[in-house]
Design a protein around this ligand. Structure first.
Ligand SMILES: Cc1cc2nc3c(=O)[nH]c(=O)nc-3n(C[C@H](O)[C@H](O)[C@H](O)COP(=O)(O)O)c2cc1C
Length: 176
């Protein structure tokens, strides 16, 4: 199974990205997790910029997703929404269709107890409109995230490790 992981945060020290790295580290040998690093390079979406061929960075994202079996998105919450850079990436994929029927884990993470639930709700709404297959068993908000990460960004909290393993299992079941 090939998984593409998208973090909604551009911060090098991002808790969302740390969780995705931890997920990648938990993947069994027959599962690859590629963490997409191009969010910051995507131009602002506008329909007339969606040319044929598309801008190379957009094409690269689309090809990465076409070659994937499943996607994991972990988003922070900015002012109760997903960050604009993540929404921008999704906007580039609305018309091209790579997310149609794609099993997706929709995660959010925040230092707040709610874990960015409002941003996650918006993310799920957007993915649903895009006809992605949001997998409920793989989708949840991670609250108090700073207490769940070690100083180096790794994850040793047993409940979080189990939850991330559960994401991999649920995505595998969804791709069968
Ligand atoms: C502009 C801004 C707005 C924020 N708004 C929210 C919010 O609405 N809800 C929330 O739980 N956290 C909010 N936060 C805190 C982020 O959840 C926190 O900075 C988080 O660690 C960012 O994720 P990251 O570590 O993956 O970059 C906000 C942070 C910033 C910078």
């Amino acid at each position: 199974m090939k998984i593409v992981a998208l973090s909604g945060s551009l911060r090098p020290e991002s808790s969302s990205t740390s969780l995705l790295r931890a997920l990648a580290g938990l993947a069994p040998d027959d599962v690859s997790v590629a963490i997409y690093g191009g969010l910051d390079d995507l131009p602002h979406f506008s329909p007339e910029r969606d040319t044929e061929p598309a801008p190379p960075v957009v094409q690269a994202l689309r090809e990465l997703l076409t070659g994937s079996d499943a996607v994991v998105i972990c988003t922070p919450e900015y002012a109760h929404g997903m960050p604009g850079s993540l929404k921008n990436a999704l906007d580039w994929l609305v018309g091209s269709g790579e997310m149609v029927d794609k099993p997706v884990a929709a995660l959010s993470a925040s230092p707040s107890p709610e874990g960015g639930a409002s941003a996650r709700a918006w993310l799920v709404q957007t993915l649903t409109v895009m006809s992605a297959n949001v997998v409920p068993e793989a989708s949840f908000a991670i609250g108090l995230v700073r207490t769940k990460l070690d100083a180096d960004g790794s994850v040793s909290d047993p409940a979080t490790v189990a939850a991330l393993r559960g994401v991999l299992t649920a995505l595998r079941n969804a791709t069968r």
